[in-house]
Design a protein around this ligand. Structure first.
Ligand code: GSH
Length: 330
């Protein structure tokens, strides 16, 4: 009888640790829910070499970059090379004198907010160390009053809140231009936090098997003790399955996949035929959308999204543009 509360308590923290932001009213009376975030193997993504073909596997009917060049022979190879040149040109490493000396990211590997920050750092080739926070004890961030992730420590200064971190870092490396000056970029940057993140939890915890799939990923890639890993996977999945039902109500979602596909198509429509919202290069909104979607790519929800919407090609372009991780060993 004494085990149940401890399992429940673990799962509470875990669910908090992982997915979409939900404010406490979502779980009124039952603090179980919180923010879930999720995602697939950021680990493998983070360590992927630059210019590796996209883990967002080719959607049905859209050949992967490599198979496309194979199919088209010389002409295809040439256009593929041109595409790589274009993508390589789209990267924006800051000038050396603007690079911070030390950047440390406190994160949960599967957290979409943390993945927004990583997309920014990777795209700009800013080296960073990672401290994986244990979502149960949070002992790694005991030093901070702020008890959420991401926390980015830049040359000793603590930055919090993923969107603020991206804006702050952007103004450091582009001191000459004002951040989010373009109305369109600002609008879609906000859309990520106001809308996109809210459709994730109902999708990755949609069924009991999807909830288990998500927690399997979360517990494998997060910072858990062996015991926490064993208990959290099942307790966390069960709790988040019920929590996601509440979230559906809160955000008026009746058809989870429908909401996810609609969000993907809305984004593609916003691109209006451009490679990126930023034109020939990703802007902050591109990086934020990509960061939030990146963690779900190995889960059923992410695969279904790619197969059933037109977002696959943009995701592949983003994978190439962002490239591999600029994470360095601690
Ligand atoms: N608005 C914040 C939200 C951050 C957030 O909610 N993070 C979750 C993880 S995905 C968290 O740390 N929740 C608290 C917890 O785990 O106890 C941001 O954009 O960074």
């Amino acid at each position: 009888m004494r085990r149940a509360p401890s399992l429940l308590s673990s799962s509470r923290h875990i669910s908090r640790a992982l997915l979409t932001p939900v404010n406490s009213t979502a779980s009124a009376g039952n603090q179980t829910v919180l923010r879930a975030a999720i995602g697939p193997a950021a680990a493998s993504a983070s360590s992927s070499p630059r210019f590796k073909s996209s883990p967002f596997n080719s959607p049905a009917g859209v050949p992967s970059v490599s198979s496309r060049s194979g199919c088209l022979g010389l002409a295809g190879s040439l256009s593929f090379s041109m595409a790589l040149v274009t993508v390589a040109e789209s990267k924006e490493p800051p000038s050396r004198d603007l690079l911070p000396k030390e950047v440390v990211l406190y994160q949960y590997e599967a957290c979409p907010f943390c993945n927004k920050v990583k997309a920014f750092l990777d795209y700009h080739d800013i080296p960073y160390k990672v401290v994986e926070v244990n979502p149960l004890s949070k002992k790694e961030i005991k030093w901070s009053e702020y008890q959420k992730v991401p926390i980015l420590v830049v040359d000793g200064e603590q930055l919090i809140n993923s969107s603020d971190i991206m804006k702050n870092m952007s103004s450091r490396i582009h001191p000459e231009s004002s951040v989010l000056a373009a109305e369109e970029e600002a609008k879609w940057f906000r859309w990520v936090d106001d809308h996109l993140v809210h459709v994730l939890s109902p999708n990755i915890y949609r069924t009991t098997s999807e909830a288990l799939e998500s927690f399997d990923y979360i517990t494998k890639n997060g910072n858990f003790t062996w015991l926490e890993r064993c208990t959290s996977k099942y307790a966390g999945a069960a709790i988040m399955y019920f929590v996601s039902m509440k979230l559906k109500k809160k955000y008026n979602i009746t058809d989870e996949r429908g909401a996810l596909y609609e969000a993907a198509e809305t984004w593609i429509k916003a691109l209006d035929g451009r490679d990126f919202l930023g034109g020939s290069r990703p802007n902050l909104a591109d990086l934020a959308v990509f960061g939030v979607l990146r963690p779900i790519r190995h889960l059923s929800a992410g695969k279904d999204m790619v197969q059933n919407t037109g977002i696959g090609e943009w995701l592949q372009r983003m994978e190439l543009a962002v490239g591999g991780s600029s994470r360095v060993e601690s």
